[in-house]
Ligand binder design. Structure first.
Ligand SMILES: [Zn+2]
Length: 83
C-alpha cells in the first residue's frame, strides 16, 4: 500500500488565508495543496465563460445590474487569461 501524501509531507512552508499550502516533501521537492475554491478554479472558469457567452442570448433587455454583472465576469475571465 503506497504511503499517503500526508505521511510523506515534511513541512508546510507557507499556508495562505484561503487554505492553499506550499509544502516541502521529504525528498526536498515542493508540493502545492489547493484549497477547495482554488481546486475548483478551472471548472469555475469554464462555467463563467459559458455563462458570459450565453448571456447575450438569455437576457433581451439587460438592466444596469445585468451589465455590471457581465462586466465583472468579463474582467475576471480576462484576469484569468493574463490580459
Ligand atoms: Zn486557495
Amino acid at each position: 500500500m503506497p504511503l499517503s501524501r500526508d505521511y510523506v509531507s515534511q513541512m508546510v512552508l507557507q499556508r495562505f488565508p484561503c487554505g492553499c499550502a506550499i509544502e516541502q516533501l521529504a525528498d526536498n521537492s515542493h508540493s502545492i495543496t489547493y484549497c477547495s475554491k482554488h481546486k475548483a478554479a478551472p471548472e469555475m472558469y469554464e462555467a463563467l465563460s459559458d455563462i458570459k457567452t450565453r448571456f447575450a442570448f438569455a437576457v433581451d433587455k439587460p438592466t444596469i445590474q445585468d451589465e455590471q454583472c457581465y462586466d465583472r465576469a468579463a474582467k475576471a475571465l480576462a484576469k484569468a487569461e493574463g490580459k
